[in-house]
Design a protein. Structure first.
Length: 686
């Protein structure tokens, strides 16, 4: 961390050197999510061997556990040998005093605020609830710094509270199962960035992951042996509660139901046998809403789920039911006619309202994807908005429609991590920006946001690098004041926070490196690291055309799996180009980097010869070196009196266009920067 914050400070000063529009609002400390109010002083409180923690006031047993975890982290981060590793009750001389008023409840709208005061006499963390104190402990870990005298925390006063009550992450554990260790790691990292909802998408066409003792066929036929036992889930939920995180179950019905129907074909809308789905897409198998036995089954199954998940919310899915098997079934058509149900949406609403009765009985609030929105839906339902357009930073979607109708609602559109958007793209999306002109009650109904990690192309080895560090940037959107939205500043802090998150056992940096080492087939992987830092996996669903290039058993140790959504090398290069073209001073040297890239392909070639799996990147690697050479030439022309002829520009653009094509299901990200260099030269020539 010492190195990290120092590097951050370096960035700070180097950015101060930039002029005009290149200067930007720079945060004072690398905290993410950034706090509501921060007042930084000059002093430093040094951490010594006698650092100790006391807890005062009323709290649950969550707090000593969290304080103990905090101490573990502090020791790991600093390498300090502490004399006191246990957390005590009231202690006059404590370096860190935690003072709480009451035990917190893991519920929406709970008070999570805290204040942190660090001065010469020590650190005081005050909060109403012990959950607020846990949030504050994470802030402390983020501001530990070091200098020649040792480790310290800067003198500071922080007042902090979340902007949105619902700060969620949905993990699809159905399409690709995630082992428990992934879930625990995810919870730790979520707590680190103050997220408070883990939504588990437990069933889909590809698998049913909740152990049912009443219906064991769901697991024996619908899970390939991969599911969570009830005991495992109980323990996970208890741990999440300690971390101030609610775990919400989703059983996706009536569509996305192939796994259920593989076990119980009699509940389907088509008289057929079903087999687990192996590909990605929207499929036809759908529960039969006209079959009373379906409701008996779901009643019993939901009853089993609510015994394990104490969350007041129960997600029934409800998305993407195309109703094809309903259209094809004459009995269902007759049922609709008899009941005056005219459309499939109305039939789905009939189904949804039946489930609402079941969930009411279990004292659970129904939550579902936006398709559950129906005329007679009870006001207690929560609408999960996932489709729609954007108008600037504001969503144009069911979010506002639901909020307008008085429903609590949550936004996921914009926060689909599987689309491989850059962090900044999701970061700039705001569930309820001032510009949206919402009424007070609409605002109140928008509980917050939830990022979604759909797992068609994600396995245990890659889930961390698909989630992190982007999830930290989105966590900031959900927690921090609306005005915290400087993209450059976010990235500066995200680079620091990404490394800090490794302290929690995340593999988002190590796993891609492991894939690269494997692909390097015994060679030094450095040339591959240089190239991977310039590419990103294909965006949207383009990596997997038609949902059929990959299936659930495909390898996810390919070149694209080592690439991440925000290629840092390319980002820095594109920034440097912008600096070079506009500010001219204080910019990093472009040339040395371009020289290294232009010879990188020569170094990749011998690796490729020994690594058949790498051959898919041959053209990408070659084009990258060519583009780097082109950029070098361009800079050369820009800096001399000699200018190229018109055919040079034609060839340059042809190369840039060819180099934009995918290679190894990834796309080169330095094209924009080089295109801007060429355009600047063209501007000079004209
Ligand atoms: C969804 O993405 N089908 C909710």
């Amino acid at each position: 961390m010492i190195v990290l914050i120092n590097r951050y400070r370096y960035l700070f000063y180097s950015l101060l050197l930039l002029v005009g529009s290149w200067a930007h609002a720079q945060s004072e400390l690398p905290i993410m999510p950034y706090p509501e109010k921060i007042q930084l002083d000059n002093g430093k409180f040094y951490l010594t061997q006698s650092f100790n923690v006391s807890i005062e006031g009323t709290h649950s047993d969550r707090l000593p556990k969290e304080a103990s975890l905090f101490l573990n982290q502090l020791v790991e981060q600093t390498g300090l040998f502490l004399n006191y590793r246990h957390v005590a009750g009231q202690r006059e001389q404590a370096a860190l005093k935690i003072v709480t008023e009451r035990a917190g409840n893991v519920e929406i709208g709970e008070n999570e605020s805290y204040t942190l005061q660090v001065n010469a006499s020590g650190i005081v963390l005050k909060s109403e609830t012990d959950i607020g104190a846990s949030r504050g402990l994470m802030t402390i870990l983020q501001v530990i710094d070091g200098d020649e005298k040792g480790y310290f925390i800067p003198h500071v006063i922080i007042q902090d509270q979340p902007r949105f009550a619902w700060r969620g992450l949905m993990l699809d554990v159905a399409r690709h199962f995630q082992p428990l260790q992934s879930l625990y790691r995810t919870l730790d990292a979520m707590a680190a960035v103050k997220l408070n909802i883990l939504h588990l998408h437990l069933s889909d066409d590809q698998g049913f992951r909740f152990e049912s003792k009443l219906f064991p066929e769901l697991n024996s036929k619908g899970a390939d042996g991969k599911y969570y036992t009830q005991l495992e889930l109980r323990e996970l939920i208890a741990y999440a509660d300690q971390r101030g995180i609610m775990v919400i179950p989703e059983i996706d019905v009536p569509g996305h139901a192939t796994a259920i129907l593989t076990a119980f074909p009699q509940y389907g809308s088509k008289d057929t046998t079903y087999v687990l789905e192996r590909f990605a897409g929207i499929f036809d198998p759908t529960l039969d809403p006209t079959n009373e036995e379906v409701y008996v089954f779901l009643d019993q199954l939901f009853g089993e789920v609510v015994k394990i998940f104490p969350s007041p919310f129960f997600h029934i899915g409800g998305d993407e039911n195309m109703g094809k098997h309903w259209d094809e079934n004459p009995d269902i058509q007759a049922f609709m006619k008899a009941k005056g149900i005219r459309t499939n949406h109305q039939l789905q609403s009939y189904f949804t309202l039946r489930l609402q009765d079941i969930l009411d009985k279990y004292d659970r609030r129904m939550m579902g994807w936006e398709e559950i929105l129906a005329d007679d839906l009870e006001q207690s339902a929560v609408i999960h908005s996932w489709r729609g357009e954007w108008e600037g930073a504001a969503p144009k979607s069911s979010l506002y429609e639901a909020a307008n109708k008085g429903y609590s609602t949550i936004l996921s559109n914009g926060y689909y991590l599987d689309l491989i958007l850059k962090a900044k793209d999701s970061y700039m999306m705001d569930p309820a920006p001032t510009s949206a002109n919402l009424t007070a009650s609409q605002r109140e109904n928008i509980l917050g946001g939830e990022m979604c990690m759909w797992s068609e192309l994600v396995v245990a080895q890659t889930v961390d690098s698909r989630l992190w560090p982007r999830a930290a940037a989105i966590a900031e959107r959900f927690w921090s004041p609306e005005e915290v939205k400087d993209v450059q500043d976010m990235y500066d802090r995200l680079d620091v926070i990404s490394l800090w998150l490794e302290n929690f056992g995340l593999k988002h940096i190590s796993s891609p490196n492991r894939i690269l080492r494997k692909l390097a087939a015994g060679h030094d992987p450095e040339p591959l690291k240089i190239l991977i830092d310039l590419v990103e996996p294909m965006k949207g669903y383009t990596r997997n055309p038609g949902g059929t290039m990959y299936n659930t058993f495909s390898p996810y140790t390919k070149w694209a799996d080592a690439a991440t959504a925000d290629a840092q090398g390319a980002r820095v290069f594109n920034q440097n180009v912008a600096c070079y073209l506009h500010a001219k001073i204080g910019c990093s040297d472009l040339k040395s980097q371009l020289i290294s890239w232009s010879s990188n392909h020569q170094k990749v070639v011998p690796i490729m010869e020994d690594s058949p799996a790498l051959r898919e990147i041959e053209t990408l690697s070659e084009n990258t070196s060519k583009v780097a050479k082109l950029a070098l030439e361009t800079v050369g022309y820009l800096e001399s009196n000699e200018k190229p002829g018109s055919t040079w520009f034609v060839e340059a653009k042809q190369l840039l266009s060819k180099a934009s094509e995918q290679g190894g299901r990834t796309e080169l990200q330095i094209i924009d920067g080089v295109t801007n260099l060429v355009a600047a030269l063209e501007g000079e020539v004209k």
